[in-house]
Design a protein. Structure first.
Length: 115
């Protein structure tokens, strides 16, 4: 079992930045590919970014490429999502995941971008 807790969400103006964190506990964090997904009101949950167990491979949705950066610090059991140049369309609840396909989910953190 892996427990995931996201933090760092909030309200920001368009063009601003936020850094999300996801702290993991429980089973070994190092072995998991970690990911970020998001769900906007009335829409399905969608993939945002993922990172391999050692950070060597990252993947991004086209909509966030060049603006978002995923990273991880295995010594701290934490994965991050640095979000820059935020757009109102990025408004959503952001979820951290572990595994491919995701086997574990966090509770989510709200990101709201005002225009």
């Amino acid at each position: 079992q892996v427990q995931l807790v996201e933090s760092g969400g909030g309200l920001v103006q368009a063009g601003g930045s936020l850094r999300l964190s996801c702290a993991a506990s429980g089973r070994t964090f190092v072995g998991y590919t970690m990911g970020w997904f998001r769900q906007a009101p009335g829409k399905e949950r969608e993939f945002v970014a993922s990172i391999s167990w050692n950070g060597g491979i990252t993947s991004y949705a086209d909509s966030v490429k060049g603006r978002f950066t995923i990273s991880r610090t295995n010594a701290k059991n934490t994965v991050y999502l640095e979000m820059n140049n935020l757009e109102p369309e990025d408004t959503a609840v952001y979820y951290c995941s572990a595994g491919v396909p995701p086997a574990y989910w966090g509770q989510g953190t709200q990101v709201t971008v005002s225009s």
